[in-house]
Ligand binder design. Structure first.
Ligand code: BTN
Length: 270
């Protein structure tokens, strides 16, 4: 990379990320790994050692990248974004799902703004392009009964993956920004915009303006108004997704006309 310039290197060190970063706290302290097991695991370690709020752990590749429900997150080197933010919000633990919703909304908004692509959020933690998943959020919380010690906001974005890089079993449900756009994207630029959008939403969460997050998520949703089935350990519910509630649960109107809220599970479009 040439001195002082931006965009000539496609690495994700602080040298590529910090110039032009518009945030006050998120991403101001960066811990970079060429390769690591999982940025969430590294962030947990750093959070335990007292790392400041906003600390960003980021890796070019992960050897044990993880998704929700113990699933594997494909993390090949140099093409995507794998990062985790350490947050220390002074909010009740029950409000933490707002952070997951905010991250999905911040990401979809950034992808729309930078590339003009119709990115959308799918409950509970996915971002889609043309009905295929290109990003996921894994939020892990360390909290007591009434107080959060920290939240680890892990985000994986398939930025420049080519189709053949996806394992066959997820190839037809996955995509990347590159596949949708037909052109490689600048990962540092996307990360900077995400951090800035996320900080705005996060500040609203912390100051109690959670309706702003819900409204942002609703406006970027490809979930609401659709017929869905949500399957969880508790069973399954089918109906029309009508809204998300103040704690991030999905409101589903069943075929009997009765509305119920689900708080966890995998969502399938019928
Ligand atoms: C999901 O869709 O199931 C969530 C995927 C989250 C993946 C990211 S990649 C960075 C961070 N480190 C991990 O091990 N997982 C998250």
């Amino acid at each position: 990379m040439s001195d002082g310039s931006r965009g000539t290197s496609d690495l994700l060190t602080e040298r590529e990320i910090l110039p032009g970063l518009a945030t006050d706290r998120l991403g101001r302290n960066i811990v970079y790994f060429d390769s690591t097991d999982s940025t969430n695991a590294q962030a947990a370690r750093l959070a335990g050692e007292g790392a400041p709020e906003g600390t960003l752990t980021i890796a070019e590749s992960q050897t044990a990248g993880r998704g929700r429900l113990g699933r594997k997150w494909e993390s090949p080197p140099g093409v995507n974004l794998y990062f985790t933010l350490i947050l220390r919000p002074e909010i009740p633990p029950a409000a933490a799902p707002m952070i997951t919703l905010a991250a999905g909304a911040a990401l979809a908004k950034s992808v729309r703004a930078l590339y003009g692509l119709p990115a959308a959020v799918k409950w509970p933690n996915d971002a889609l392009l043309h009905s295929r998943k290109f990003a996921g959020v894994l939020t892990e919380m360390n909290a007591g009964a009434s107080r959060i010690r920290h939240v680890l906001l892990g985000v994986g974005v398939d930025v420049n993956m080519t189709e053949d890089m996806f394992p066959e079993e997820i190839r037809d449900i996955s995509t990347s920004i590159y596949i949708s756009r037909g052109e490689k994207a600048d990962r540092a630029e996307l990360l900077r915009l995400f951090l800035s959008e996320m900080e705005t939403l996060y500040d609203n969460i912390v100051s109690g303006r959670r309706e702003i997050i819900l409204d942002a998520w609703r406006s970027l949703s490809c979930t609401l108004g659709r017929r869905v089935t949500v399957k969880g350990l508790w069973g399954e519910k089918t109906g029309t997704a009508t809204d998300i509630d103040a704690s991030g649960g999905l409101v589903i109107r069943g075929d009997d006309g009765e509305a119920g809220t689900v708080v966890s599970g995998d969502l399938f479009f019928d």
